[in-house]
Design a protein around this ligand. Structure first.
Ligand code: FAD
Length: 552
């Protein structure tokens, strides 16, 4: 069996290695138009920031290793320009010699990735306007950083954020320009604001709701913004998303989906029975919203590569045994020592998908028990279905323990789990690592309390127009330092004695992070009051207010 693979990085390299592990007799050839295969795209920002010092450290495997260890032939600088699905051939151009030739296949796997988006704006072709996808891109940017003073990054997604940090590490003044009204689009605004604040604390200037209207050569690069402002820059990085590479797939007549990606089934097979496709180039099934989407991430690309190989060469003599489960967009980025991670849907995604019946819990527990020194707060938000408690998404931001919490929730989501599962999750605990009641358990318990009617959660969105009386149950000192407009202070420990001061209509309870307000909610509800908790307390309010989602 002759297996040809186009693209030799995340999805392609995984497919090739897996195919060999399952089929010693297969002939496997990988084509990549670049100089390198199996390199760490995800490490490129850190190579530019000199965190990863050697270019060679970015190479996870070389053509020589593929040949020696796996008997896989890798042809670099070899662009596949056309597919003839009926003849089962591909056309290849050797970019070193210009020679064009045909190769035939029994099975073809496409993993061509996605191109950084370059909008059609004036001056985009000017020297000094970079994009980051390959090792040569990173070498060029690294060279441009030498002697540069000012950088403009367009796009505040994961790559924009990582590059902001790494260019600051290199001593540059950095301005981050973002069209949306928040950084980190996969996050809800009150979580994204925490990342924005960290950027600003570290000297990154953030311009939101702003687009670049053009680049000019003004003796140096000039970046014109929709605000009318012009930013001088020594280098510009475009990090405004990617577009699936489908040019090749189209030559083979493969079906392209409405979002511009290659259409595949659950087995990663395209509309042609002999061609599979994986990675950033394909549309994927979103587990939470049931929609098909483009989610360009390394984890799914690697897993899809493995699955495609299993289906191509068969496993245990059986074909198409491996089904891809779909994606949920689990991702994490580091921002000056802060980790921001998410899995599943955000509130915005849920609303766009017409899913309105969801609850949300905010939690601000430390990543490990308070009595052990060094605990760092994690801001955690969990979204769940208000009917069956199915987890719909989660976001976490903090300096420690963030990945672990999101990974537990991500795994629970993949198994169709609920907030009841989070409440009951048995997690590793010693004082320096977690808590006997881990933040995961606590978030689950709050949501379960909410579902079972023990803890109604007030809707932050109605803070400005609610008829409820807001009772702040913190200490007078905490209340004096900052409180919600119109709130009345009755400390939780005095509540039983001061019940007569409470109104007989709706009461919203607030404290620092939600815990004392929870005790107060339970107390008051058992005494017949219509009490609800403002989840996450003043800490959540500060984030909501800073992102414009709550009244100040
Ligand atoms: P790629 O890895 O892009 O590989 C595609 C290859 O195909 C390329 O080498 C290309 O040259 C080749 N090719 C394309 N067309 C042809 C053709 N016609 N002929 C021959 N060769 C062709 N994801 C994460 O999950 N976490 C991260 O931290 C993260 N950080 C990232 C940082 C950066 C700077 C970048 C650029 C990406 C990052 N990603 C991250 C995304 C991740 O790298 C991609 O999702 C993943 O690499 C996609 O794998 P792929 O195989 O689909 O495509």
């Amino acid at each position: 069996m002759r297996v040809l693979i186009v693209g030799g990085v995340a999805g392609g390299a995984s497919a090739a290695a897996r195919a060999r592990r399952l089929c010693e007799s297969c002939e496997i050839v990988v084509f990549d138009r670049g100089e390198y295969v199996s390199f760490a795209n995800c490490g490129l920002p850190y190579f530019i920031g000199d965190v990863i010092m050697e270019e060679a450290d970015l190479l996870l495997a070389t053509p020589e290793l593929f040949a020696k260890r796996f008997n896989i032939e890798v042809r670099t600088r070899s662009e596949v320009t056309a597919i003839s699905a009926s003849k089962r051939t591909i056309t290849v151009t050797n970019l070193r010699t210009g020679v064009e030739y045909l190769e035939s296949y029994d099975a073809l796997v496409l993993s061509p990735g996605a191109q950084p988006f370059r909008p059609d704006i004036p001056g985009i072709e000017l020297a000094g306007v970079f994009q980051l996808r390959t090792i040569p891109d990173s070498v060029q940017i690294k060279a441009a950083v030498q002697g540069a003073r000012r950088a403009v990054i367009v796009g505040a997604g994961f790559i924009g954020m990582e590059m902001a940090e790494n260019l600051r590490l290199q001593g540059l003044e950095v301005t981050l320009v973002e069209l949306a009204d928040q950084v980190l689009p996969p996050f809800d605004p009150e979580m994204a604001i925490l990342a924005q604040e960290r950027l600003e604390e570290n000297g990154v200037v953030v311009r939101l709701s702003t687009s670049v209207t053009g680049f000019r050569d003004d003796g140096g690069l000039a970046v014109d913004l929709s605000s009318g402002e012009t930013l001088p820059a020594d280098l510009v990085l475009l990090a405004i998303g990617v577009r699936p590479e489908t040019k090749l797939a189209k030559t083979g007549g493969l079906e392209i989906g409405p979002r511009g990606g290659i259409v595949v089934d659950d087995f990663m097979r395209t509309s042609d029975p002999n061609i599979w496709a994986v990675g950033d180039a394909v549309e994927v099934h979103d587990l939470l919203t049931d929609n098909w989407k483009l989610i360009p991430l390394a984890g799914p690309a690697n897993r899809q590569g493995r699955i495609a190989a299993q289906n191509v060469v068969g496993r245990d003599g059986d074909h198409e045994v491996s089904r891809f489960r779909g994606v949920q967009g689990t991702a994490i980025a580091g921002i000056f020592g802060l980790a921001a991670a998410a899995t599943g849907a955000s509130e915005r995604t849920l609303l766009r998908a017409g899913i309105e019946k969801f609850g949300k819990v905010y939690l601000h527990n430390d990543h490990h028990v308070g009595y052990y020194p060094g605990g760092k707060a994690i801001a955690l938000k969990v979204l769940y279905h208000l009917g069956d408690g199915r987890i719909l998404g989660a976001q976490a931001v903090g300096e420690a323990g963030v990945a672990r919490r999101i990974d537990v929730i991500a795994t629970t989501i993949q198994h169709g789990g609920t907030v009841y599962d989070l409440a009951e999750a048995e997690l590793a605990y010693a004082p320096q690592y977690g808590a006997a009641k881990d933040p995961i358990n606590v978030a689950g318990m709050i949501a379960v309390n909410n579902l079972e009617g023990n803890l109604p959660l007030a809707d932050w969105a109605h803070l400005a127009d609610t008829e409820a009386s807001v009772i702040d149950v913190r200490s007078p000192k905490e209340f004096a330092s900052e409180h919600l407009q119109g709130a009345v202070n009755i400390p939780v420990d005095e509540l039983r004695q001061r019940l007569h001061e409470l109104p007989d209509h709706k009461i919203w309870l607030i404290c620092g992070v939600g815990k004392r307000a929870y005790y107060a909610t339970r107390l008051l509800r058992q005494r017949g009051f219509d009490a609800s908790n403002l989840s996450g307390g003043m800490k959540t309010w500060r984030a909501l207010a800073a992102s414009g989602l709550a009244a100040r």
